[in-house]
Ligand binder design. Structure first.
Ligand code: PEP
Ligand code: MN
Length: 357
């Protein structure tokens, strides 16, 4: 791989920005120039082929846009990145010396498409970013990474762009932060970039989502920008001007994962000791709770009573949510926590009632 691209690829944080779609040569060049002028952007992105959920929308300018990106690179020195979804896309992008490719969320869901892209990448040394699939399925995301690895792609990164979630009004795509965190655990050395634009779907929370990603030790950001966002041909609501992008990037607090400062290290060690102790106590208590559930199971078995009693479950949940509020615990957490405890309790009772006859 060319040295310059390697340097950009390894830079942390890496900042990728540019329009959702390339629309005209002028739009690409102007956006690229303004982004370069911010001094804060490392890679220019632009969609050339746009997989749209519904027909009738702008599906990308196609191969005709690639020379525009090449000119933008010449003019600004910024490396360029495009989305690929088929072997033909890969071939075209490589012919125009595109520096970084990415696989979109609607492609990661389809193993046939991912395999086609992987096969087309064999023998090339272009870095590839893989967006999470639109549905919250980590096996598909991991599977796409494995397919590329098997095809010999050396430089692979992940983009977290949120997961579609029917009826969720807060985000266009729910971040479900625990999923990228799990991917970081599975692929600890792999670049993980956050795409707040597609998570938010509007401009309001871009900054706070980006900050959250930084706080979770993401390695970079991909943010959509456009010289005239309101009139963009795709994703108009979530794009920002390069000037606004600069403000957002300047407002972020970049943090590092670790420090050797003694005061911090000692204080953290003490607090972590406390956490470990509390976690031990919680586990002991939960185990005691399950032993009581086992006894209840015995009584229910002997009296032929169902395990699930919805009224009792509702009663527990309502009480826990109100108490949790007083204790500073969110309703969302309480419901998730009690769901998990309840399921474990059901499984204990199930064992008593059905296995031990
Ligand atoms: C995009 O990056 O413009 C895009 C289409 O994103 P996603 O694949 O995340 O929907
Ligand atoms: Mn977009």
């Amino acid at each position: 791989m060319k040295e310059k691209i390697m340097k950009v690829w390894k830079k942390r944080p890496i900042i990728i920005s540019g329009p959702c779609s390339a629309e005209s040569e002028e739009q690409v060049l102007q956006t690229a120039q303004q982004l370069a002028d911010t001094g804060k952007v490392d890679v220019l992105r632009a969609g050339i082929w746009k997989p749209r959920t519904k027909p009738g929308l702008f599906e990308g300018i196609g191969v005709k846009g690639l020379p525009w990106l090449v000119s933008a690179k010449k003019q600004t020195g910024l490396p360029i990145a495009v989305e690929v979804a088929t072997d033909k896309h890969v071939e075209d992008a490589l012919q125009f010396d595109v520096d970084i490719l990415w696989i979109g969320a609607r492609t990661t869901v389809n193993p046939f498409s991912v395999q086609e892209v992987a096969d087309a990448l064999r023998g090339s040394n272009v870095p590839v970013l893989i967006k999470n699939p639109i549905n919250p399925d980590l096996e598909l995301w991991s599977g796409a990474i494995e397919r590329l690895q098997k095809a010999g792609v050396k430089e692979i990164g992940m983009i977290h762009r949120g997961f579609s979630n029917y009826g969720n009004m807060e985000y266009r795509n729910a971040p479900m932060w625990h999923l990228p965190i799990e991917m970081k655990r599975r692929f600890p050395d792999m670049l993980l970039v956050c795409d707040p634009s597609h998570i938010c779907g509007n401009r309001l929370k871009l900054q706070s989502v980006a900050q959250k990603a930084i706080d979770l030790d993401f390695g970079g950001l991909m943010l959509e920008s456009h010289v005239d966002p309101d009139n963009a041909w795709s994703d108009a609501k979530q794009q920002v001007t390069p000037e606004r992008l600069k403000e957002i990037l300047e407002s972020l607090v970049w943090r590092s994962e670790n420090t050797t400062k003694e005061e911090f290290v000692t204080a953290l060690a003490t607090l972590r000791e406390q956490i470990n102790h509390i976690d031990d106590e919680l586990m002991t208590l939960i185990s005691q709770r399950m032993k009581v559930a086992d006894k209840i199971g015995t009584y229910k078995r002997d009296n032929n009573i169902t395990i699930l009693q919805t009224n009792r479950w509702n009663e527990i949940l309502d009480k826990a949510v109100s108490k949790g509020e007083l204790l500073g615990l969110s309703k969302e957490f309480i419901v998730r926590y009690f769901d998990a405890v309840h399921l474990e309790s059901i499984s204990h009772q199930n064992k008593v009632m059905n296995d031990e006859k």
